[in-house]
Design a protein around this ligand. Structure first.
Ligand code: FES
Length: 107
């Protein structure tokens, strides 16, 4: 029996919400989880460097649950003209217990 505490996330893509179960440290970022489980087209083109802006998600509920900007994130969002509150680069988001129950919409 796996003793790690499960993390449940809701991922919305093309109008469909899918609940995904994972565990701490199963994926190095939310982008890798989405890339593996949902497989959106043209998603995560820089493989998590925080530079391409192709992995954006809208945090539908409680954006404060998610960690602050990391590395290149703020600059990449600014360069892409993204100013909407709650939009983040999923490659810069850690999958941990803080985001358990959150809903992310791929945009
Ligand atoms: S994968 Fe390129 S910015 Fe996230």
């Amino acid at each position: 029996m796996d003793k790690r505490k499960a993390i449940f996330l809701n991922i919305e893509h093309e109008g469909i919400v899918e609940q995904v179960e994972t565990f701490p440290n199963e994926y190095r970022s939310l982008m890798m989880l989405i890339f593996d489980r949902i497989c959106p087209e043209d998603f995560g083109e820089c493989a998590g460097m925080g530079k391409c802006g192709s992995c954006t998600v809208l945090i539908v509920e409680d954006p404060t649950a998610v960690d602050d900007y990391r590395r290149n994130e703020a600059a990449t969002l600014k360069r892409a003209g993204i100013t909407e509150k709650g939009v983040r680069l999923s490659c810069q988001l850690l999958v941990n217990e803080n985001i358990n129950g959150c809903t992310f919409k791929i945009i």
